[in-house]
Ligand binder design. Structure first.
Ligand SMILES: Cc1ncc(COP(=O)(O)O)c(C=O)c1O
Length: 378
């Protein structure tokens, strides 16, 4: 099963206290909190207690820079292409504010995308939102995108992994459809970052947004925004913050000059506690190794799929294992009650629209999968 030797895996598991007391199989909702992140949080509190405001200038700003650099390294990007936002919604709002809709006013999304990705444009009255339909409610045929994208399209925006089915989209044909029509291509990677390979430039995206709270075990309060270097200058936001200003500490309020880098999309003072907890999560991610993590999640996913099928459950997942990820939907007549019943047995999963949703991470084990399926049958 594992590309991570047993002793090493056990050491990683002791990093996450929740694994000692719970069968935790809900990382696509919230990745587990690590001792490493708690240690970082302690450092943040100690600095606040001892240094007060000078912690800002001397140390916290440094940690913010370190987080951006770590994300850049993880995504094969330049630090100048990375901005921090309070949430994916915040990052999307800044990008949505920067697009010129006068010549192109169509936004193309998928029927299966997470609502907040679509809301940015539904909230505007100067654009038309077109949703690419799904036939099976699981994925969207990649060739279909080209039928919906045309010379009126300003932006194609969709998920790398669909939150409701775990379906991994093949981004190349979508990027090509956008590129051929002269539209921008934005990817919501909230459900991909930390569980499958993310390399925004390699998939020909213009904008890639994700956050650390799920598969990167970094906690809520911050999102990561990547904007392709070549696009930054032409995207001038019409919502702003002083963190996005070129000479932030000049405190000028008679003019606004945006930063030349992706920092122009920043939305104010970052959530420093999450900067610290995210550093802990990303540190463990780097130590465990991306490839080994992805391999292990894929193996645990196939394992839980097989167990569920053998137990006679109906699943809502991609037929092709290459399009699956660590989010597995299992049909249940009363999914909320099933999730509560499992929680009473210290097994933590989630539910979405008539399905129990289970999401094994690299720190889980086949034994935990078995325990979950046995309890679900019971
Ligand atoms: C794919 C996807 N995008 C966005 C979000 C939420 O974004 P935000 O940071 O704005 O809450 C989620 C949350 O579950 C998600 O699964």
């Amino acid at each position: 099963m594992s590309s991570i030797p047993h002793a090493e895996l056990e050491a990683f598991r002791t990093e996450f206290p929740i694994l000692q007391t719970r069968t935790y199989l809900n990382s696509c909702s919230l990745g587990a909190l690590s001792r490493r992140s708690m240690g970082y949080l302690g450092e943040y509190q100690a600095l606040w207690n001892t240094m007060g405001a000078s912690a800002w200038y001397e140390l916290w700003m440094g940690r913010i820079g370190q987080l951006k650099q770590t994300v850049a390294t993880m995504w094969n990007a330049d630090e100048k292409e990375i901005a921090l936002s309070p949430s994916v919604s915040g990052a999307l709002s800044s990008i949505a504010s920067a697009i010129d809709y006068t010549k192109r006013n169509k936004i193309v999304v998928a029927e299966l995308d997470f609502p907040t990705l679509v809301y940015q444009w539904l909230a505007r009255n100067d654009v038309e939102v077109v949703r690419v339909p799904s036939d099976d409610g699981i994925g969207v045929p990649p060739e279909r995108w080209a039928e919906y994208v045309d010379e009126r399209t300003a932006l194609v925006a969709t998920s790398h992994v669909f939150y409701g089915t775990g379906y991994v989209q093949d981004l190349a044909p979508i990027a090509k459809a956008a590129r051929d029509a002269g539209a921008l291509f934005l990817v919501d990677g909230y459900q991909s970052a930390g569980q499958i390979r993310v390399d925004p430039r390699a998939v020909d995206a213009d904008i890639y947004v994700a956050g650390p709270l799920k598969w990167l075990c970094g906690g809520p309060g911050i999102a990561f925004l990547w904007v392709r270097q070549e696009r930054i200058a032409e995207l001038r936001p019409t919502i702003a913050s002083w963190f996005g200003a070129r000479d932030q500490f000049q405190f000028r309020n008679d003019e606004l000059e945006f930063r030349d880098d992706a920092g122009r999309f920043s939305m104010g003072t970052p959530a420093v506690p999450t900067v610290y907890t995210a550093l802990g999560g990303l540190e463990i991610f780097a130590e465990a190794g991306q490839d080994r993590i992805y391999e292990r999640i894929a193996a645990l996913t196939e394992d839980v799929v097989t167990l569920a099928q053998e137990a006679g459950f109906e699943l809502k997942i991609a037929e092709d294992p290459a399009r699956r990820s660590g989010i597995v939907l299992i049909r249940n007549d009363d999914a909320p009650a099933a999730v509560r019943r499992l929680a009473d047995k210290n097994i933590i999963v989630d539910h979405r629209a008539g399905y129990v949703r289970v999401s094994p991470h690299f720190y889980n084990t086949p034994e935990e999968n078995r325990k979950f399926i046995a309890a679900l049958r019971g």
